[in-house]
Design a protein around this ligand. Sequence first.
Ligand code: UDX
Length: 447
Amino acid sequence: MRVTVFGTGYVGLVTGTCLAEVGNQVVCVDIDAAKVEGLNRGVIPIYEPGLEDMVLANHGAGRIAFTTDATSAIAHGEIIFIAVGTPPDEDGSADLQYVLAVARTIGQNLGKRAVIVNKSTVPVGTADKVRATVAAELAKRGADVPFEVVSNPEFLKEGDAVKDCMRPDRIVVGSSSPSALEAMKRLYAPFNRNHERIVAMDVRSAELTKYAANAMLATKISFMNEMANIAERVGADIEMVRHGIGSDPRIGYSFIYPGAGYGGSCFPKDVQALERTARQHGYHAQILEAVEAVNDRQKHKLFELIARHFRGELRGRTFAVWGLAFKPNTDDMREASSRTLLAQLWEAGAQVRAHDPEASEEAQRIFGERADLVLCDSAASALKGADALVVVTEWKKFLNPDFDQLKAALKHPVVFDGRNIYEPAEVEAAGLAYYGIGRGRTIAAKE
Ligand code: UDX
């Protein structure tokens, strides 16, 4: 099929590439000329496992093209995806200006029947706004072109985006038009083998499904972080508790890892936006509010442990920080817990030597040159001259360090484990002090 994708960010680029991979003719449009020019030269603006090879192969085979020319791109597509950003505006609501600007452009240019697909995470009711915007532009130029607007939220995880896109566990399609649903089914047929993955529903339910999924996952995390904080106080180990509850299939093991808080481009923004949507409809979403509050507090957790250990004397100390990205396998630092930690350490007069396998460039871009930050190109070099080690992101390469070497490298042999990736007993056996999240048993034993 002929597919157009507006937006070459995370969602747009991955979606367009995967659709090209299964044989569609895809044109991706972006207003950022430098980005488009880069993509045409094979420069992939984001780090995502498997994406670069797939873009290059499909670009080489002529199945995917990148352009800034919206007019020709609209003429190309029988299915037109809107996958542009919806950043939070000042009050936390999703800012729809980019989505609606694309809708206007489509309305100004559409010359033949098309299905317009909302892929961006947008508040309930946005598809109706897109429909009205396109219709208004068509009316302005007296054009009578049939079109449908469909909601097809994405559920990609950064770091697994290509896999999630190629092998989705569900494909939510919100549509009031049987012909648009048919077109979507044809488009997704290659991803829909063996068992039915398409969940067809009305547009508003599809729009809410996306927020409900992310809010549920964020709730699981904040719930576990709350349990961890209780565990710590009553002398229990949240890791034991996690196993104990996860074995109940109604609860399950996934997404119940306590830690230094969730970050990324989705959970913080979507929980907030859903809360605002509820408020706009006269409902006070208390759970969502609590999920957000618990997470904000949790992002301060590592600093609290550090400050307590060093009795508030942090000025002039140096901390090795392993992991800056909001999670492993990405260079994304949006809303990352590391940012809260670094800001607090700096505020307290400490120095940071940080290592992240992928996010150094991003850190450089965010923080610029500063005397109290050294970005190191290896985990070992981050330890040089450091008082203590703080693990913020659970990259694979951090999972099995040589604790004897760690002890030798650190001035104060202490490890702050923000993701509970180490066995306290093993760390302590090497003569290092250990702090995790909610591991009251070990803290109690030390006191
Ligand atoms: C998320 C959703 O998983 C995805 O379906 C949606 O489309 C976009 O938002 P993503 O933001 O890429 O994806 O990351 P995810 O793997 O979900 O992790 C989010 C954050 O939660 C990370 O900071 C991670 O460290 C944290 N997390 C995750 C926990 O603290 N504990 C857990 O048990 C799981």
